[in-house]
Write a protein that binds this ligand. Structure first.
Ligand SMILES: [Zn+2]
Length: 454
């Protein structure tokens, strides 16, 4: 039978079913539905053939397995419906574990009811929408009916796999050989380059008292808890470009996001930067708002890196002081702040002029209240603390970013997904989901779903 025979059969079967004057969308659905059983059967046979061919050796150590049972059945929910196949399993005397070599070769996870394609669909849709909404989308786009709990469970399973992959990379970063392996993944540079690391944090609300919500609300307790998600993005300056329409894009960009705390974040960030060229970089630039924990990480993991405070945060400091001294929105505030903003942006060591200006203000003007004097003092402290992180004139001349806009937009993209109503998983579930979302952003999807690359 040729492809044309199949097409002819499909055409005739569909013609019989179709009423006159239906739209093409209906035709597409009918052809899809009519051919579904064919595809299901073909897949089932292919899977069975592959399972039958598989040698009975240990997937871990390659030793021959001691076969314990042949023809053990397994059902898998595929993109074309339920399929059934049989395969053997056996004990590896060396590993002292039981294996189904066919399952491993087919890429099926233990006890997972869904096929790799269905798992991928669950994972992808979960990244976009909560499980309830995803069900409708999946039914419409893939013609598969997956209830929300299956979608949720499979997405969670993929999140756990993403976590395991991430942890394996972090473990590599702890050994010299592993560091070499990670570094080899970086795109080889054509010329010396600067590696930019932008860091920030955002909040996630989690509920760790399942089933207690109503009681807790009534007793006035907040069932949600806020946790910090530490986030970073890493890219090479030479890979920053613009689209045809002039929109800035970064060709190759790494991401880190975790709510497991600063120690984990530090390790994950280090691991990601190695994979993005940390060891080959001529200069490393850390960009962030003024938070102290960020500079601690910079000192700890990125010694010798250039540090820069986001210019827009610094401008905000000056604007806030101007408002406090001369009234919010007043002409006097604007007149006062303007030269300060200019020194900062355009002068070499402009921050020293800013500090000098503020000190002059403190020493000579008696017209300010105690609170205002304190505010001036506070800002002198702020600018002194960060004065080595404010070389914006030089930044511009080198074509380096002066603001941490890249990480701020990254955080708001993560937040949009995590702050949807009804978006509570669990403490562990959220970390798994963050790992899944980050793996997807990092363009490592094929590590979870090798079929995506074929
Ligand atoms: Zn073994």
């Amino acid at each position: 039978m040729t492809e044309e025979d199949v097409a002819q059969w499909l055409y005739e079967a569909a013609s019989e079913l179709l009423e006159e004057s239906v739209g093409m969308g209906t035709m597409e659905k009918i052809v899809d539905r009519l051919s579904l059983e064919c595809r299901r059967q073909a897949l089932e046979r292919l899977v069975q053939d592959a399972a039958g061919r598989e040698e009975m050796s240990c997937p871990r150590c390659r030793q021959a397995l001691r076969v314990e049972e042949h023809h053990r059945a397994r059902r898998v929910r595929s993109a074309f419906g339920l399929i059934r196949f049989v395969r053997s399993y056996g004990l590896c005397p060396a590993c002292e574990s039981r294996f189904y070599p066919a399952d491993v070769a087919l890429g099926l996870q233990e006890r997972a009811p869904a096929s790799p394609r269905v798992q991928e669909i669950c994972a992808l849709t979960a990244l976009r929408a909560p499980a309830g909404q995803a069900q409708e989308d999946v039914r419409r786009m893939a013609g598969i009916d997956l209830d929300p709990s299956t979608l949720h469970r499979e997405a969670r399973r993929q999140g756990e796999r993403a976590l395991a992959l991430r942890d394996a990379d972090v473990n590599l970063s702890q050994m010299p050989d592993g560091v070499c392996e990670l570094a080899a993944r970086a795109i080889p540079p054509a010329a010396p380059f600067t590696l930019v690391v932008e860091i920030d944090a955002w909040n996630i609300r989690e509920r760790d008292n399942w089933g207690m919500t109503k009681q807790m609300r009534e007793s006035g307790e907040d069932p949600g808890r806020w946790h910090w998600v530490y986030t970073a993005t890493v890219f090479r300056l030479d890979q920053r470009g613009t689209t045809a329409s002039g929109r800035p894009v970064i060709a190759d960009r790494g991401y880190v996001a975790t709510r497991k705390g600063l120690d984990d974040f530090r390790l994950q960030l280090y691991t990601e930067t190695i994979q993005r060229g940390l060891l080959q970089a001529e200069e490393v630039l850390i960009l962030a708002d003024g938070a102290a924990w960020i500079w601690n990480i910079a000192e700890d993991r990125f010694k010798g890196a250039t540090q820069r405070v986001d210019m827009y945060h610094v401008r905000e400091h000056l604007w806030n002081l101007a408002s406090e001294l001369f009234g919010t929105g007043s002409e006097k505030a604007r007149q006062w702040v303007e030269p300060y903003l200019n020194w900062l942006k355009r002068r070499k060591d402009g921050v020293l002029d800013v500090i000098q200006g503020l000190e002059g203000l403190r020493d000579t003007l008696q017209e300010f209240s105690d609170a205002q004097q304190k505010a001036i003092q506070r800002e002198i402290g702020y600018f002194n603390e960060h004065k080595n992180r404010m070389d914006y004139k030089k930044a511009k001349s080198l074509g380096q970013p002066r603001g941490s806009g890249a990480i701020e937009s990254t955080c708001s993209q993560y937040q949009r997904r995590f702050k949807l109503p009804g978006q509570f998983w669990s403490l562990a579930g959220d970390e798994a989901f963050l790992a899944l979302a980050t793996l997807h952003r990092n363009d490592r999807w094929t590590q979870l779903f090798p079929h995506d690359g074929s």
